[in-house]
Write a protein that binds this ligand. Sequence first.
Ligand code: GLU
Length: 316
Amino acid sequence: MIQNILDDIYSRISEEQSGEVANYIPALAEADPKDFGLAIVTVNGDVYTAGDADTPFTIQSQSKPFTFALALEECGIETTYEHVGTEPSGDAFNSVVLDPVTKVPFNPMVNSGALSMAGLIQEKKGEGAFEAIRSCYSSFAGAELSVNDRVYDSELATAHRNRAIAHLMRSGDVVSDPVDEVVHLYTEQCSIEVTARQMATMSASLANIGTNPVTDETIVSPLVVRHVLSLMFTCGMYDYAGRWAVDVGMPAKSGVSGGLMAVVNRQIGIGLYSPPLDEHGNSVRAIKACVELAEEFGLHAFEFSNAGSSMLSVYI
Ligand code: GLU
């Protein structure tokens, strides 16, 4: 039943041709606009896929919730919130701006907040920082993940705004390690390669309150998951987050490579990939697919029938 609906949505939305592949990171412009993959992983560990669900792409901003989770888990809630806020910014994701009142980034889902979280992990783990991040993402994905060097080099060579943000935060002591180290670490985390199937597993680990439902490994605590999903819900979809909350109603995070992950609490994780982006920087096909999935299965968090919160007992 779930497979049939997924196949149906895949074949209908494959027809969609609009959107532009991101090119401000030169290597991302080489992505194939035809690629389109969908995956659903349930909290029971069942996996459903359609299309290019095993095509690798770089995780980009979909990394942000997971480094935030790692910071909360490793550094504690109080310390983490000394370095990042919890409010939507109203600015572009790569704005060189901090909250004028608190002097820290608005939230962990914009570049400033993500750089601050990478800085916190750098401070805590030193030389082991990247391995801590890579191994955390790998646990969420249930697979050993690694960096796409070509995208990493391309992004590092053009990361001028991220350097500016990191310098601003260094001057205000939001980050305490050298700017270059923090920007390298953040760029490396964004260049980790995943597939739609792996992103769906990462989402399902959040849906399953911090335990990967395929490997059964517990990665972060339920309290950490509550913080992460709350910030994904309010800030995860760039300047479309509000409309997304109204129309689709799931905690989600998108990225410039064309990935999108969405979580239905205690039910499923969804992972999607299709490179052409809309004017907000979100994947056109991934958004359309999520709108249809939400409609079909009643996944909106505030759906009047509340079907999504018990979808597994209905469909399996
Ligand atoms: N690495 C990208 C950047 O820092 C991530 C942007 C995104 O996916 O939103 O610009």
